[in-house]
Write a protein that binds this ligand. Structure first.
Ligand code: ARG
Length: 216
C-alpha cells in the first residue's frame, strides 16, 4: 500500500483520537488555571512557602513519574483512580504549577509605580489587586497561557502509556496492526501539529485585541 492509500485508510481512525486528546487537554488546562490562580494568591500572601513547596517538586519531577504515582502508586494506599481521572489529575496538577509561575511573572511585570499610585489614591489592597493588578496580569499572561495549553496538548500524549485511547494510542494501534510505524506516527505527529498550530495562531488574534499599549 502506498503512503497516500495508507493515509486515506487510517487517517480517519487516528484522527478520532484528537477528540480525546482535546478533552484531556481542555479539562486539565482549566483545572490548572484554577489551581494556578489559587497558587498565585498563596504566593502573594504570607503562605508563600506553601505555594513554593507545591510548585518546586511538581516542576522538578517528570510528568510521567507523577502520572505513575497517581495511577500505579495511589492504589497501594487504597485510592484507585481510573486511567482517565489519573491522567486529568496528573496533567492538571502539573499544569497548575506552571500556570502559577506564569501569573507570578505577569504580576512582576506590572510597574511598582502603579501600585503606589493606587495606594495614594486610597485603594485598599483588595481594590489594587482587583482593579490594577489582575486585569493587566491576565492580559500579560495570555501568550504564555496559550503556550501552556499547547504544551498540555503535547504532554497529554503521556496518557497513552496508561491506556487512554487518544491520538498517540491510536497511532500505536495502527502501527501494531499494519507494521508501518513510520507512516502511523507521521500521521499522529501531523495531527498534533495541526492542533497546536490552530491554537497558537488563533491566539495571536486574541493577543492583538487585548494588547496593552506600551507593552510588547
Ligand atoms: N515534559 C516535561 C516533564 O515531564 C514537561 C512537563 C509539563 N510542562 C508544562 N508546561 N505543563 O516534566
Amino acid at each position: 500500500m502506498d503512503f497516500i492509500s495508507f493515509v486515506i485508510e487510517y487517517l480517519p481512525f487516528i484522527s478520532q483520537g484528537m477528540l480525546t486528546t482535546l478533552q484531556l487537554s481542555i479539562i486539565s488546562f482549566l483545572m490548572g488555571l484554577i489551581l494556578g490562580a489559587f497558587l498565585l494568591a498563596l504566593t502573594l500572601s504570607p503562605l508563600r512557602p506553601v505555594a513554593r513547596a507545591y510548585i518546586e517538586p511538581i516542576r522538578g519531577t517528570p510528568l510521567l513519574v507523577q502520572l505513575f504515582v497517581l495511577y500505579f502508586g495511589l492504589p497501594s494506599i487504597g485510592i484507585k483512580l481510573d486511567a482517565f481521572t489519573a491522567s486529568i489529575l496528573a496533567l492538571g496538577l502539573n499544569s497548575g504549577a506552571y500556570q502559577a509561575e506564569i501569573f507570578r511573572s505577569a504580576v512582576k511585570g506590572i510597574p511598582d509605580v502603579q501600585i503606589l499610585s493606587a495606594e495614594s489614591l486610597g485603594f485598599t489592597q483588595y481594590q489594587t489587586f482587583r482593579y490594577v493588578i489582575l486585569p493587566q496580569a491576565l492580559r500579560i499572561s495570555i501568550p504564555s497561557l496559550v503556550n501552556e495549553f499547547v504544551t498540555v496538548i503535547k504532554e497529554s500524549s503521556l496518557a497513552a502509556v496508561i491506556g487512554i485511547v487518544e491520538l498517540t494510542r491510536r497511532g500505536q494501534y495502527v502501527a501494531a496492526y499494519t507494521y508501518r510505524a513510520f507512516e502511523a506516527y507521521l500521521i499522529v505527529a501531523f495531527l498534533y501539529f495541526v492542533l497546536c498550530y490552530v491554537f497558537s495562531h488563533g491566539s495571536r488574534v486574541l493577543e492583538r485585541k487585548v494588547r496593552i499599549p506600551g507593552y510588547t
